[in-house]
Design a binder for this molecule. Structure first.
Ligand code: CS2
Ligand code: MG
Length: 401
């Protein structure tokens, strides 16, 4: 089998997506997500100018060799742009291989380790009462795990609440600037979870995303303050370039920790996993460089009692979600899968076999990963430059968003 063509499809059905579509001389095609929110065009250039020329004519069945060729052969390794580009190619190759084998991708990985995948969804509000209502609505929808975020008194919109824009195409395409105060945040968030447990009880799993904004000792403080409310996890408590800093958090709190949505190779997480400084690894197919490395990372995590929790916000396309679901159905150490319902136009452009019901997800039985792209429809949603917001402390210091 030979790769005859590779298309890089940039489309914006609801938000910008970058999709790799690989064509073969046997008529099989495969797609992969290569979306990097806010830096999409950098990945497109990496793919079009550097990867497509070296892949055309190769045997698409040689997935491992192609992955090694793209990773080591670049000389310059790692990084979100490189790994999202490789991730798009790799996912498309696994899609082709499973189609050629006449089976869903999870079968090719080793078969199902469970019947379905527990999902978690987002709930937020500007005030505690609104978030409590939003979590209650999610529970009525059948979800058993809900991430709760809330506005902070004295601050304008903060991450994860309705008024915080996760993309800013409407601000003439420039980043929205948000304001942060850790003291105000640390004082308020425990009240949210006290209200949630008091009003909604203990059946629902509650999650919270700090979004990289604390120092280790502040994260330790928050973890301790939240212990009475038994969170499923506290996510991205601290920006994790310095993996060792999680030793300090771990000493002070038993609140489970999740990390890794911004990681792009196993080296970003190795120490965290080997020293069991985290409980859930959030790496996702597109940003981890594809199925090939992610299943290795999942296996490493499993050796150290770390469970999987692939990032699944709506800025990863349904092709990434589907690959995550196949990996999740196979992985013996599956933890939970993030699910952000897509816009209708996104689902029209990316029809798929995956399903969500009763708070759980399943990849379906279609051959490959089960998601396709409607190229004609995709062309009707042109790319529109958009940025993620940036964050500043109240004194103007640029901070983690
Ligand atoms: C968030 C994401 O879902 C999450 O856990 O951290 O929504 C994140 O803000 C976006 O993916 C950034 O593009
Ligand atoms: Mg997150």
């Amino acid at each position: 089998m030979k790769i005859t063509d590779i298309k890089i499809i940039v489309s914006s059905p609801g938000r910008n997506f970058v999709t790799v579509k690989i064509f073969t001389d046997e008529g099989l095609t495969g797609i992969g997500d290569a979306t990097l929110n806010g830096r999409e065009k950098a990945v497109v250039a990496y793919l079009q100018d550097h990867l497509v020329p070296v892949l055309t004519g190769r045997d698409p069945q040689r997935i491992e060799d192609i992955w090694q060729y793209l990773y080591k052969g670049a000389y310059w390794r790692r990084g979100p742009v490189t790994m999202a580009a490789i991730g798009g190619i790799d996912t498309a190759l696994w899609d082709i291989k499973a189609k050629a084998a006449g089976m869903p991708l999870y079968q090719l990985l080793g078969g199902a380790s469970r019947e379905r995948l527990m999902a978690y969804v987002h709930a937020q509000g500007s005030e505690i009462a609104q978030t409590v209502e939003a979590v209650a609505r999610r529970m009525e929808e059948g979800f058993r795990a809900v991430r709760a975020q809330v506005g902070i008194p004295g601050l304008p919109a903060v991450y994860g609440t309705d008024k915080s824009a996760t993309n800013t195409a409407d601000l003439n395409g420039l980043p929205q600037e948000e304001v942060w105060s850790t003291p105000k945040y640390l004082r308020h968030v425990p009240k949210l979870f006290e209200a949630l447990r008091g009003d909604l009880g203990w059946e629902v799993e509650l999650l919270h995303d700090v979004h990289h904004r604390l120092t280790p000792i502040e994260a330790a403080r928050l973890g301790k303050d939240l212990e009475p409310f038994r969170l499923f996890w506290l996510e991205d408590a601290v920006a994790a370039e310095h993996q060792e800093s999680f030793r300090l958090i771990r000493q002070h709190t038993v609140t489970p920790l999740a990390l890794g949505e911004v990681f792009n190779t196993v080296w970003d997480a190795r120490l965290l996993i080997e020293e069991q400084l985290i409980d859930y690894i959030r790496m996702t197919t597109v940003h981890a460089g594809g199925v090939t490395p992610l299943r290795r990372i999942m296996d490493l995590a499993g050796l150290y009692n770390v469970r999987t929790a692939c990032h699944g916000a709506m800025d990863m396309s349904p092709a990434c979600l589907a690959a995550n679901l196949h990996l999740g159905l196979w992985a013996p150490n599956f933890g939970i899968q993030e699910y952000s319902p897509y816009m209708p136009e996104t689902l029209d452009v990316f029809p798929g076999a995956w399903t969500v019901s009763d708070g759980h997800l399943h990849p379906g039985e279609a051959h490959g990963h089960g998601v396709e792209i409607d190229e004609a429809l995709a062309a009707k949603f042109p790319y529109e430059r958009s940025y993620l917001p940036v964050n500043r402390l109240e004194d103007g210091t640029l901070w983690h968003w």
